[in-house]
Design a protein around this ligand. Structure first.
Ligand SMILES: [Zn+2]
Ligand SMILES: [Zn+2]
Length: 205
C-alpha cells in the first residue's frame, strides 16, 4: 500500500526514498525511512547526513558539532511467512563531551559500525514457542523504519559510559583540585604521615 503518488515531492528535486538517484549524492536524510507495509523485497541505500538539529536526544548528552554522516544499506528479504530487514553500514558524528576525570570539554568522533535486523509488525513474543531467538531483532509495529531515529539511537549507544578526554587523563587532584594534566599538585609538599609515608621512605633507601 502506497500513497506516495498523492504526496508532493520535496523541494529541490530531493525526493522521498523511492526516488533515490542512481548516483549516490550526499542527501539530507531527515525524512528518510523505509515503509514496510506490504513490501516483500527491497534494497535501498542511504548515503548522506542527518542534520544535527534533528539529533535532540543526543544533544542532551553529547551535543553534536557536525551533522551525522550516514552510509547505510538496507535489504528486505521475505522467506515463507517471515520478513526480515537487515540494515548495515556506518554512522559517524563529531560530538562534544565533558571528561569524567578532569571536567574539561572535548570533541570526539563517534564512528559506529551498524548491523541491525528488523522485523515488520509486532513482536509475536512468548506465545510463539516455535520462534527461535537466533538474532537480535527489533520489531517495527508501525511498519516503518525511520532513518534519523535509528541513526540517533546508534550514536547514543556508541557513547562511552565514562567519557575521557584522553585514555590516561590524570584528572583533578582530590586534595587541591588542580588539573593534573596541566599543573603540579600543590599538596605533595605537605608532610605526610602514616604507613604510606613510611613505605615511601623505605623505597627510597
Ligand atoms: Zn580529562
Ligand atoms: Zn593536590
Amino acid at each position: 500500500m502506497s500513497n506516495l503518488s498523492a504526496e508532493n515531492p520535496l523541494p529541490g528535486g530531493m525526493g522521498t526514498d523511492d526516488t533515490i538517484p542512481p548516483v549516490w549524492e550526499n542527501r539530507n536524510l531527515i525524512e528518510a525511512g523505509i515503509d514496510l507495509e506490504g513490501a516483500r523485497r527491497l534494497f535501498k541505500r542511504f548515503h548522506g547526513f542527518v542534520p544535527l538539529s534533528r539529533l535532540l536526544e543526543l544533544s542532551a548528552v553529547a551535543p553534536p558539532e557536525t551533522d551525522a554522516e550516514v552510509n547505510l544499506t538496507a535489504n528486505l528479504d521475505s522467506a515463507a511467512d517471515r520478513r526480515l530487514l537487515r540494515v548495515w553500514g556506518s554512522v559517524a558524528c563529531l560530538v562534544r563531551r565533558v571528561c569524567a576525570r578532569c571536567l574539561t570539554e572535548f570533541s570526539t568522533r563517534l564512528t559506529v559500525e551498524v548491523e541491525r535486523s528488523f522485523a515488520p509488525g509486532r513482536d509475536p513474543a512468548a506465545a510463539d514457542s516455535q520462534q527461535e531467538m537466533v538474532e537480535e531483532l527489533t520489531y517495527l509495529p508501525d511498519y516503518r523504519l525511520s532513518i534519523p531515529a535509528m541513526v540517533e539511537e546508534e550514536l547514543l549507544l556508541a557513547l562511552p559510559m565514562i567519557p575521557l578526554c584522553h585514555p590516561d587523563c590524570a584528572g583533578l587532584c582530590s586534595g587541591c583540585g588542580v588539573d593534573l594534566n596541566k599543573d603540579k599538585c600543590l599538596c605533595v609538599e605537605r608532610p605526610t604521615e602514616g604507613p604510606f609515608a613510611l613505605l615511601k621512605k623505605l623505597k627510597t633507601v
